[in-house]
Design a protein around this ligand. Structure first.
Ligand code: HEM
Length: 196
């Protein structure tokens, strides 16, 4: 039995939430284990991981077919904010690889990767509260955690409405779930590399 057949949620966004619950809490614990709020320098390693993850997804955020589904998609990408944050923090840009950028994905997989990136904006509200203690803010060093235009809740609602309305066959559905898990694994790899 595969994961999806055990799940009962009618909405795809809820199913993706469910399959990524464990990876999310593992990642949350991993982030905290690296003491990212200990100093601006420690925080810069977390930003470097965010930069690499946004760099992975930059092409998807600018994909014409996906923009037909989510018109404000390009503005949602935070690669530029992360790049500026790293400059603010005097941390060199980490070297990325193109393995994800060069992967051809179906619509379900692409939306699942974006689901993880867009979802991380919800947690970002909590992280932002820790920034004043580091002398950072959504205009300096922590721009990528800033409130998106129109608000976090609204941005998330609009994204999940699209995610939930796209028709996928059973194989695409399975690939989408695997992709959401792969996205968390990828972020974990970036995090370990950047804190090493
Ligand atoms: C790369 C992906 C992600 C990263 C690095 C990430 C990181 C985090 C971290 C570190 C926290 C803890 C904040 C705190 O308690 O101080 C958090 C909380 C949260 N995250 Fe994520 N997250 C990611 C993806 C997602 C996704 C996909 C969703 C939703 C589907 C999500 C929803 C939330 C929510 C609602 C919280 C608030 C606290 C809670 O309910 O546990 N995150 N995230």
């Amino acid at each position: 039995m595969n994961a999806s057949s055990q799940l009962s949620h009618p909405l795809r966004s809820q199913r993706l939430n469910q399959v990524t619950h464990e990876p999310h809490s593992k990642l949350d614990n991993l982030v905290k284990s690296h003491d990212p709020f200990g100093s601006p320098e420690r925080f810069s390693h977390f930003v470097a991981a965010q930069y690499l993850f946004q760099r992975d997804l930059e092409k998807l955020y600018n994909d014409p077919e996906l923009i037909k589904l989510v018109p404000d998609l390009p503005q949602r990408c935070r690669v530029e904010q992360a790049r500026l944050d790293l400059a603010d923090l005097n941390r060199a840009l980490p070297e990325g690889d193109d393995s994800i950028r060069n992967t051809t994905m179906g619509t379900g997989e692409a939306l699942a990767w974006l689901f993880v990136s867009e979802g991380s904006k919800l947690g970002a509200a909590f992280l932002l509260k820790r920034m004043p203690a580091l002398g950072l803010s959504e205009t300096f060093g922590a721009r990528h955690l800033g409130e998106p235009e129109g608000g976090r809740a609204q941005g998330w609602k609009a994204f999940t409405a699209v995610l939930d309305s796209v028709e996928l066959d059973a194989e695409q559905e399975r690939l989408a779930e695997a992709a959401a898990i792969a996205a968390f694994e990828r972020f974990t790899v970036h995090l370990e590399r950047c804190f090493a």
